[in-house]
Design a protein around this ligand. Structure first.
Ligand code: GLY
Length: 422
């Protein structure tokens, strides 16, 4: 089976590495990729938000399966075009991708499916903003205001703050740019990312993971696309994972089928484990980054077979997944000034080491690997437990040299110390 992976991040690098381990996968292509993925797949520089370009490339490389990593091509309907061309595609069509592309659509599906989530309100008129802010946050006894862009914003459209002026400024800025704002109630409790491979009403959960969205240690500073992750979660009882699958993901998958937009691909449930049980923070329509790097590091089952089964409607025939024992920790090495405008073009050393996945990297004409984006590398460490996996990830991250770069030093630390409970 020849697999074409669409995307250019460390998530796609992790997908390619896991696909390469599958004996049924005979060839790998990637578009547009990065300096790391170029070492393991044929690389093609095409516009991945163009359905015509992706279909043409899939035909050219003879792809038996196309795996779409990022949300933007999914929301634009690229998976529909690939399927219409007669090629199996892992990723939802445009209608189903609204579960991520429109937070209002996601709320509607969750309400119909009876799934617990934050209460919310859309504000699209600046004149209504102040009154709406008064119905959320510390104004009504919640710990913080949660202000989101009602669209795709790569994780950076979210501000969670107990400072009303900061909440108002973010919302007003979004409205000035013509983006409707979603205000949500704050969900208290540790967060879980549960990725499920879904094909209609068939749901196969992967290992639960946790990501770290703020840029600084101790969850300080602005939100990012994700600064690190670990899997599995030693503090999360299996019973709660089962509850998330049965009471959250399966009802949502069934509701999508009922609406005539069945989900096929990776349904990512982001949840808070509140004192009243799991509640959904958001759904995404694709693998999460950087959790995927930790989760796939522990997958023993063949990934190509799993994704192909979902793409061809045969997921119900897949054997139970097998996992390596132990833990995986991912530490993101970010460029100077990220999540603001990142410094780029610096030479990186240590980027070829084992466990180093590439994100914002490019190869210069002279062969040097240089930084080309905000999140530059994702360093993955595995081990028999979280302590060993953290030690491995941080030893490798510490050996990377990139001027001005930074990473969090506390990925998985509270879990390692047993400080998280539900
Ligand atoms: N881990 C956050 C995301 O992928 O959106």
């Amino acid at each position: 089976m020849h697999v074409l992976v669409i995307g250019s991040g460390a998530r796609e690098h992790a997908l390619l590495l896991a696909l390469k381990r599958d004996p049924q996968v005979s060839g790998l292509s990637v578009a547009p990729g990065n300096a790391g993925t170029a070492r393991i797949a044929d690389q093609h520089d095409v516009d991945v938000s163009s359905a015509d370009a992706v279909v043409a490339l899939a035909r050219k490389v003879g792809a038996d399966l196309v795996v779409i990593g990022p949300e933007v091509p999914l929301v634009l309907g690229v998976a529909d075009a690939v399927r219409a061309a007669g090629i199996a595609c892992f990723g939802p069509g445009k209608d189903a991708a609204r579960i991520e592309g429109s937070k209002a659509f996601a709320k509607d599906v969750m309400t119909a499916a009876g799934v617990r989530t934050a209460t919310s309100e859309i504000v699209d008129n600046p004149g209504h903003l102040d009154a709406a802010l008064g119905r959320f946050g510390p104004a009504v006894g919640q710990r913080a205001w949660v202000v989101k862009d009602d669209g795709l914003a790569a994780g950076k459209g979210v501000v969670v703050t107990d400072d009303r002026a900061a909440a108002r400024a973010h919302a007003a800025g979004l409205l000035d740019d013509g983006h409707p704002v979603l205000l949500e109630s704050f969900l208290d409790g540790p967060e879980v990312s549960l990725f499920c491979v879904v094909d209609g009403e068939t749901v196969i959960p992967l290992l639960p993971a946790q990501d770290f969205k703020r840029v600084g240690d101790g969850d300080t500073g602005p939100n990012t696309g994700g600064m690190g992750a670990y899997a599995p979660l030693p503090w999360l009882p299996d019973e709660i994972t089962r509850q998330i699958v049965d009471d959250v993901v399966k009802p949502v998958a069934a509701e999508m089928v009922r609406r005539g937009c069945p989900f096929s691909g990776l349904l990512y449930a982001g949840l808070a484990i509140t004192s009243a049980g799991p509640a959904v923070v958001e759904f995404n329509c694709r693998f999460g980054d950087p959790e995927t790097q930790s989760v796939l590091a522990l997958l023993e089952s063949p990934l190509g077979e799993l994704l192909h089964a979902a793409a061809t409607g045969t997921l119900d025939r897949v054997e139970p997944l097998r996992w390596r024992p132990g833990s995986a920790v991912t530490v993101v090495v970010a460029a100077e000034n990220y999540p603001g405008r990142p410094r780029v073009g610096d030479v990186i050393t240590g980027a070829d080491a084992d466990g180093v996945l590439h994100a914002g990297t490019a190869r210069r004409d002279d062969g040097a690997v240089v930084s080309s984006g905000g999140r530059v590398l994702a360093v993955v460490g595995t081990g028999p437990d979280l302590t060993a996996a953290r030690a491995s990830a941080y030893a490798t991250a510490g050996a990377v040299r990139l001027p001005g770069s930074h990473f969090r030093s506390d990925i998985g630390l509270r879990a390692e110390r047993g400080e998280i409970s539900v």
